[in-house]
Design a protein around this ligand. Structure first.
Ligand SMILES: NC(=O)c1ccc[n+]([C@@H]2O[C@H](COP(=O)([O-])OP(=O)(O)OC[C@H]3O[C@@H](n4cnc5c(N)ncnc54)[C@H](OP(=O)(O)O)[C@@H]3O)[C@@H](O)[C@H]2O)c1
Length: 235
């Protein structure tokens, strides 16, 4: 299951996992874009389930409808950018409901209904904003830090069930999000100059790391954060 599979990184995770032979459950809110994802998946047996991760009833219905899973990618995410002194309760609720509460409640629902198979893998999509601060992103960065802490605790609790939990920690990835971040080309370029490998990530760069964490190649890996950032954290 890939949450937020209707665009950006999530869509490419679904496409690349299907290439590896996975049966995908693609979920998100936008039916039209989820259909676009479904149409690009190799193989058969894929399914889409519309669900809003900020709505408990949708999460319950998603859990009910899905089969027992071998892999889960918590990818759905949203952001609000504004200085800390302007952050309102509504901003916190908006971001945390999807990025934190939705992740915890979906995980809980799947576990309680025994929908995570023994030997399955849960991957959380975090962000280097957890480690590299950028003015205006306190709400988003703190939500992604919360996910890493949540992931580690789940890894501890679920180890005896043979369920692994890990995060990917991406640097800036070329999706629609980037267009909304920079007002000028110069601003974009000076940000890109901070990347030793000379470019932002592509969604597939993140998908390949997630495939590793989902696959049996990582059967002795749990509770870790895999940084995929073109070297950005070195600066
Ligand atoms: N792009 C980057 O530079 C970057 C870097 C680090 C981490 N990330 C993380 O990567 C993940 C994907 O981001 P992206 O860059 O691919 O952005 P994106 O193209 O905007 O994708 C966000 C996805 O999340 C889904 N989503 C948002 N709110 C939702 C909700 N309440 N319920 C269900 N689905 C919801 C959206 O689906 P619908 O519109 O269909 O609901 C969409 O498929 C996010 O968690 C983001 O924080 C991105």
């Amino acid at each position: 299951m890939v949450t937020g599979a209707s665009s950006g990184i999530g869509q490419v995770i679904a496409i690349e996992c299907a290439k590896m032979g996975a049966n995908i459950i693609a979920t998100g809110r936008n039916e039209e874009r989820l259909n676009e994802t479904l149409n690009q998946l190799e193989g058969s047996g894929h399914q889409m389930i519309i669900a809003d991760m900020s709505v408990q009833e949708d999460i319950n219905a998603l859990v009910e409808q899905c089969p027992v899973l071998d892999g889960l990618v918590h990818n759905a995410g949203t952001a609000v950018g504004k200085p800390a002194s302007y952050v309102k309760l509504e901003d916190l609720q908006y971001v945390y409901q999807t990025n934190v509460y939705g992740v915890a409640l979906l995980t809980k629902g799947l576990l309680r209904k025994k929908k995570m198979a023994k030997g399955s893998s849960i991957v959380f999509n975090s962000s280097i904003s957890t480690y590299i601060s950028a003015a205006g992103w306190s709400v988003y960065a703190s939500s992604k830090a919360a996910i890493n802490a949540y992931m580690r605790t789940c890894a501890l609790e679920l180890g005896t069930k043979g369920i692994r939990c890990n995060s990917v920690v991406p640097g800036m990835v070329e999706t629609d999000i980037i267009n909304s971040l920079f007002f000028t080309d110069e601003g974009n370029q000076s940000s890109m100059d901070q990347y030793p490998l000379g470019r932002y990530g592509k969604p597939a760069d993140i998908a390949y790391g997630i495939i590793y964490l989902l696959s049996d190649a990582s059967t002795w890996v749990t509770g870790t954060e895999l940084v995929i950032d073109g070297g950005r954290m070195l600066k």
